[in-house]
Design a protein around this ligand. Structure first.
Ligand code: NAG
Ligand code: NAG
Ligand code: NAG
Length: 334
């Protein structure tokens, strides 16, 4: 069969196949199998006329942007795609006059500026995540991607780091309205994405959950919660993006396994005045509400990491307010 012959030929002549000897070759060959009678709809970044499907898939295999190709037998069109059947399962359809093949030499999504994902979650769902670390994303397909840090492990992964504070890291206070600027600077303390930028990220990339983490040695406890992926959690997301209604605390978040905070088990004490609410009636309504006082148990426990107001992680920020090297605050979305 032409296709089988082609796959063997590709294996023999492909430059990556010739150079890299440590990779299991049978894995590459298995991915590289053509699927007759199937097509991926849309996601074409390049189309051309090809005499046969072998020619089409060879062109795809030497272009690292090409994630997969669909060859249309009647028109002899070769459609090179920047997605695969795994990353866009809803667009993978039966088509008796088409052949689909994935490029096993492709650059993995998110690994290079050439092949950005739309979000950390998109990269995870494409099956291309390589653990926690830096990836390229371009939420609006602007052609101008940027690097971000993704947590691909916690609770299944797909989390984009919005900001973090690590005691001991260099600090430069910058308050930003553009998510493009803050994300690459995640390792420098005090780059705060303000509410307008956070809302823009919501519109451009989309996310349904916010996750809050902190650990401070002197308090000795971990706050680790994520907003629930339902209407109550959604009210919390709205509060941090568009709404000024203080959302209800209890029932709006889930605890992660390492959470041992008293804040998380005392949601009915949150708010100022205490009314089972996120935020704070005055300070919690400012444009830096995400960092300033998202969780308040008045005079008792706070989650807060704006430097001028102290660093609190399940403590009151007064007598216990001593930071130690490595204390960490983080906020993620997915
Ligand atoms: C993938 O190709 C489509 C064209 O079908 C384009 O609109 C989109 O921006 C590309 N995606 C990326 C991440 O480059
Ligand atoms: C909470 O968890 C942290 C990290 O595992 C641990 O160091 C600390 O001792 C725990 N605190 C309590 C009160 O269990
Ligand atoms: C959140 O819920 C939406 C809609 O129910 C779903 O599509 C999405 O996958 C969920 N996200 C997570 C992380 O479970």
């Amino acid at each position: 069969m032409d296709g089988v012959f082609f796959a063997v030929l590709l294996f023999l002549v492909h430059p990556a196949a010739a150079v890299s000897t440590n990779e299991p070759r049978n894995g590459a060959c298995r991915d590289n199998r053509e699927e007759f009678g199937f097509a991926l709809i849309g996601h074409d970044y390049k189309s051309f006329h090809a005499d046969n499907f072998g020619r089409c898939f060879f062109k795809c295999s030497i272009d690292e942007i090409c994630q997969s190709a669909t060859f249309l037998w009647n028109s002899k069109e070769c459609k090179m795609k920047n997605e695969t059947k795994r990353s866009r399962p809803a667009d993978f359809v039966e088509n008796p006059a088409a052949t689909y093949m994935e490029n096993s030499f492709r650059a993995k999504k998110g690994s290079k500026a050439l092949v950005p994902g739309t979000s950390c979650k998109d990269i995870l769902e494409s099956g291309d995540a390589q653990g926690d670390g830096e990836y390229w994303i371009d939420p609006t397909a602007s052609g101008d991607p940027f690097r971000v840090y993704c947590d691909m492990v916690t609770d299944g992964g797909g989390w984009l780091l919005i900001t973090q504070y690590i005691e001991g890291n260099p600090s430069v206070l910058v308050q930003l309205n553009s998510y493009r600027e803050i994300l690459p600077k995640y390792s420098i303390n005090e780059h705060y994405l303000l509410r307008s930028g956070f809302n823009q990220l919501k519109q451009d990339m989309g996310f349904s959950q916010i996750r809050f983490y902190c650990f401070k040695k002197t308090s000795g406890r971990v706050v680790h919660i994520m907003t629930s992926n339902d209407s109550m959690g959604n009210d919390v997301v709205k509060f941090f993006t568009t709404s000024n209604n203080l959302p209800q605390a209890c029932g709006s978040f889930w605890r992660l396994p390492d959470d041992n905070s008293s804040l998380a088990v005392n949601c009915h004490q949150w708010g100022s005045p205490k009314k089972n609410k996120w935020g704070h009636k005055t300070q919690g309504l400012t444009s830096d509400r995400l960092y300033r006082k998202p969780m308040v148990w008045s005079n008792t426990r706070f989650f807060r990491f704006t430097l001028g107001n102290g660093l609190c992680c399940d403590d009151n920020g007064l007598s216990e307010n001593v930071g130690s090297h490595g204390d960490k605050w983080q906020i993620f979305v997915r």
